[in-house]
Design a protein around this ligand. Structure first.
Ligand code: PLP
Length: 344
């Protein structure tokens, strides 16, 4: 793989914005360089554009180098930047499994890039050959979401490795739900595959969807391209501070994950007792995809009780399905008791 052939020409030749915080790094007594208001500490100061403290800590936790990390305003920013960096509008295309997370297609459409879907098989799985068969010389990215949303299962590790070995473009593996999975992360393969991008997020297991902080891991060369085209101050001061605090207690996250995995099993067992439930798909994530009788009717009855699940009935291969997030024991009980009451 040659990165210089994958990157858009205008991005390769781009002179990035040089912000005050980048031109001078280090300690000083008086900062009069960025037209900030000297009052209202600490919010008066622009944040570190490269989030160095945060990346140092994340690098320790994840076992990578800080230069292999990009932080974005949610994973959505990492997804969008992949299109903007590598896909020439109306010329290039991307390939993705289907059904999957909706933002890949939305970002493709916004960037005017052809989006090629390859349907998963009856086990919600895929073979590398079928994705590679959908590629041509203009395919820049392949998207694989593992564990996949909305199907819930992890994608076959060896097939992802085959893509990394055989595809000449970049392979994006979205691991938003990896902390709930028994399958290992692709992160350990970062050194082996210069065409690998791994996306993770603090929105799920880390309990911080409101902070908007997504992670992308890739070679230092790819991360340098991301840094060149991102908004200079894409992660605000509050988010950086709050996440640094949160990263002091990774044991808290492990405890949450343990509870949610137990609850996932208990919720599945409870749902299995119900006559309306036809099938519960295996899950490596913090949600269950459940096929039910009359999904649309059931969805609206639940809304009437103030219980909101995700209706996936209109998604190809998910006909008849609701996607149910695993909540607290109390929340899961409310759902189960409500459904049980209606069976009588
Ligand atoms: C929830 C989710 C994300 C997280 O997106 P953020 O923008 O980081 O909140 C990413 N990918 C998938 C597949 C998801 O389901």
């Amino acid at each position: 793989m040659e990165l210089s052939k994958l990157i858009r020409k205008n991005i390769a030749s781009l002179a990035p914005y040089s912000c005050a915080r980048n031109e001078f790094e280090g300690e000083a007594r008086v900062f009069l360089d960025a037209n900030e208001n000297p009052y209202n500490e600490p919010f008066n100061r622009y944040p570190d554009p490269l989030q160095r403290d945060l990346k140092r800590r994340i690098a320790e936790i994840k076992g990578v180098r800080p230069g292999q990390i990009f932080l974005g305003n949610g994973s959505d920013e990492s997804i969008d930047l992949a299109f903007r960096a590598f896909c020439e509008p109306r010329v290039d295309n991307v390939v993705a499994i289907a059904p999957t997370y909706g933002m890949y297609q939305v970002c493709a459409d916004i960037n005017d890039v052809e989006y090629r879907k390859v349907l998963l098989d009856e086990n919600y799985s895929f073979r590398a050959e079928s994705l590679l068969a959908a590629c041509d010389e203009h395919t820049k990215l392949i998207f694989v979401c593992s564990p996949n949303n909305p199907t819930g299962n992890a994608m076959p590790f060896e097939e992802i490795v085959k893509l990394l070995e055989q595809f000449e473009g970049l392979v994006v593996v979205d691991e938003a739900y990896i902390d709930f999975s028994s399958q290992p992360s692709l992160l350990t393969r970062l050194e082996d595959y210069p065409n690998l991008l791994v996306f993770q997020t603090f929105s799920k297991a880390w309990g911080s969807a409101g902070l908007r902080l997504g992670l992308a891991f890739a070679s230092e060369e790819i991360i340098a391209i991301y840094n060149k085209i991102k908004y200079p101050y894409n992660i605000n001061v509050l988010t950086q501070q709050q996440m640094l605090d949160h990263l002091q207690t990774p044991s808290q996250v492990r405890a949450w994950v343990a509870i949610l995995l137990e609850e996932r099993a208990r919720l599945a067992a409870g749902l299995r007792q119900l006559k309306v439930v036809q099938h519960i798909y295996p899950s490596d994530a913090n949600f269950l995809l459940v096929r039910v009788d009359d999904p649309v009717g059931l969805y609206h009855r639940l809304v009437g009780e103030g219980i909101i699940v995700r209706n996936r009935h209109s998604v190809r291969l998910c006909e008849g399905c609701l996607r149910i997030t695993v909540g607290t024991p109390r929340e899961n009980d409310i759902l189960l008791e409500t459904l049980k009451r209606w069976e009588k």
